[in-house]
Design a protein around this ligand. Structure first.
Ligand SMILES: C[S@@+](CC[C@H](N)C(=O)[O-])C[C@H]1O[C@@H](n2cnc3c(N)ncnc32)[C@H](O)[C@@H]1O
Length: 231
């Protein structure tokens, strides 16, 4: 039978395991397609992902705003691979990661870029971020590693708390349903079906307007924050 862990134990485990991975080879654990990343290849892979996930979707993301005027959230920034490319598009980025080691590497790579703010958080909420209004939130290749639907849902509620009404939270979860992990597995996280994702959106005051990739690893969700009157 799977070992039961408290939320505090799971958060501590995520922090420890990701610190260890970051010390061993952060860039490999961020993107396991190679072990010998250089600065150039690592950040080019982030640029490629942002070209595909963000630059093709600016209508939903910006909703007519100038991206340079937008303040955005990134959850699970790792060593800053995507953060760097995001900072070329948006005016202000607030990025969190549970691992202090990852945060140190992201700060070393990007800390002096104007508008980039990187924080270590507790692995489940966004209380470290300034209480401001945010225009967009994004997370890729992070929730697929979290071994708890409750923790992921806490993040979704937190994003809802901070986003402006109508704004988008675009994020990826594990959609391959056979891969559910045990509570102490911080590499293989929990998976979501289309129905589970839709129910989570409803519980957290989002409209799940689109999804892509149900049943596969890269299951993308477009959650738009409902206006206050829909509460
Ligand atoms: C595979 S890496 C991806 C990093 C980045 N999103 C990218 O694609 O370059 C996963 C990252 O998620 C972070 N992470 C894992 N669980 C987390 C949690 N509960 N809260 C915040 N960050 C978490 C890890 O520390 C790691 O930096």
């Amino acid at each position: 039978m799977a070992k039961q862990l408290s939320r505090e134990e799971q958060l501590e485990l995520m922090r420890r395991d990701w610190d260890r991975r970051a010390q061993e080879n952060a860039r490999y654990y961020v993107d396991t397609s190679r072990k010998d990343w250089t600065d150039d290849t690592f950040f080019a892979s982030g640029q490629q992902a942002i070209n595909e996930d963000i630059l093709t979707d600016m209508g939903n993301i910006c909703q007519g705003k100038d991206p340079k005027s937008m303040r955005i959230i990134e959850i699970g920034c790792g060593a800053g691979r995507l953060t760097q490319a995001l900072s070329k598009v948006f005016g202000e980025i607030h990025a969190v990661d549970v691992s202090g080691e990852m945060v140190a590497q992201a700060k070393a790579a990007l800390g002096d870029r104007p508008g980039v703010h990187i924080y270590q958080n507790n692995g489940c909420d966004l209380r470290v971020l300034p209480e401001l209004d945010y225009d967009f939130a994004y997370s890729a290749i992070v929730f697929q590693h979290i071994p708890s639907r409750e923790i992921i849902e806490t993040y979704v509620r937190e994003v809802n708390r901070l986003l402006k009404p109508g704004a988008l939270f675009k994020f990826q979860v594990q959609g391959y349903l056979a891969t559910d992990s045990t509570p102490d597995d911080t590499w293989h996280g929990v998976s979501f079906s289309e129905q589970q994702a839709r129910e989570m959106a409803e519980r957290c005051n989002f409209e799940m307007r689109y999804s892509y990739g149900a049943g596969v690893q890269y299951f993308w969700l477009w959650f738009f924050k409902k206006p206050a009157s829909a509460l």
